[in-house]
Write a protein that binds this ligand. Sequence first.
Ligand code: FAD
Ligand code: SF4
Length: 473
Amino acid sequence: KTLKQGGTFVVEPRRLSKATAELRARGFGEITIPPSTETAEKQASRCTDCGVPFCQNACPLQNNIPDWLRLSAENEPREAWRVASLTSTMPEICGRICPQDRLCEGACTLNQSGWDAVTIGSVEAWLGDQAFANGWVEPIRPAAERGETVGIVGAGPAGMAAADRLRSEGYQVTVYDRHDRAGGLLIYGIPGFKLEKHVVQRRVDRLIDGGVQFVLGCEIGKDVTLSELRQRHDVVLLAMGVYQPRILSAPGRGPDSTVAALSYLTHQNRRDLGDAEEDGWHEARGKRVVVIGGGDTAMDCVRTAVRQGAASVTCLYRRDRENMPGSAREVVNAEEEGVVFEWLGAPKALLSQGDTVTGVRAARMQLTEAAPGQRRDIVPVPGADFDIPADIVIEALGFSPEPFAAHEPDLRLRDDGTIKVGSVSFATSLPGVFAAGDAVRGASLVVWAVREGQDAAAEIDRYFKTRTEEVAA
Ligand code: FAD
Ligand code: SF4
């Protein structure tokens, strides 16, 4: 049964299998059950090849989705993989963790016409897994070596994507990261239930096998200065993300009364990777957990707490469901796993006994009428404050850039601390220094980091080649 039968459309149901909530709560493995070849091909065949590829336009990488869906449906997964890897250096990762409901699948014509969208992300992840399993992922083997060297600060998706493209062109690439593992937030931020770590590690291994050098445990600005790095390399790419957590400003908040979201998630990811436990690791087993925030990080925290065996998990968010920044899919997953959402609840104070936090006092909010062309605002409902008991309060209020960049007086920044670059050139105000990813965009998405890393690499290549041509002329 395919979509096109005898010239008429028969709409197959959307099949995206997930582990049951009960099973999910027992561990940190990915919740999406990989489709069988038959299911993936059926899903791919649901594409109507509508002629105007809205999905492709909505994909930050402009992935040629209709073509690789068609090839997958025609039982040509290797060709489909080749098409998918032309525009993306990590299709199997984006296929797993893009918020597809807001990107490709949200724009799918089937979705727009009231049917369920093609599960584009799951087909993309399936293609990538097939490619790794069958040896179709080509190693990085540059046609010719080039003498120029590039130092990349940050081994997250932006740095990895740039390293992949630059090394493929033959440049000598060294990636520096202050962590002990490469992968950035793919390793230490995003939990295993969305992205298992071996999926990231095989990409890192491919870079190492292709000749990319990694210098881990090395913080630029502390262990090595940017000036030293610029002397070491012909070009430097800054791809160090944004890591300064935004902090709750509320009475009762002491230095140890809350847990920072990323520290909480990093500890759990380290556990999953088999690292020895350190002091200060937070364990939610048997505890009442309140997570403040409504983005992807907040969703990852509540779902981590469920898996750690928390007695109760509540997400407190000041706006309503429709206005939350996180992916709607992740909210559904969290609800299925037993998380309680307190929509329209703004934290007002932290409650404690001595040094021990006991809860959060919240103001009930309501939406105002929107002024023409403006978003609806929120205001407190008088006399409707409420308390949520808690043993652990996790702050997931977003991230700003760290002051690293501010210590470089000639590096121009925007008012929010992100690095200012040419919108096409990715060049910063420092000669030979480029920047990409969250460090430039502010906290964003993996797919945008990949896109910027790839584009910055193309610009660095152009920079080297035009200089060489100038010298040669
Ligand atoms: P990062 O991934 O942050 O990598 C930057 C690297 O630079 C890090 O490894 C860091 O250690 C290193 N570094 C920083 N400063 C220095 C320095 N001075 N010297 C040396 N190294 C340094 N996006 C999605 O698309 N889907 C999701 O489901 C999703 N979930 C998320 C969940 C969480 C908890 C968080 C925090 C983010 C999530 N995101 C998600 C966003 C996504 O992870 C980021 O947009 C993306 O990782 C940015 O890539 P990047 O390479 O710019 O930076
Ligand atoms: Fe969709 Fe993301 Fe893949 Fe683009 S990269 S096709 S937006 S899942």
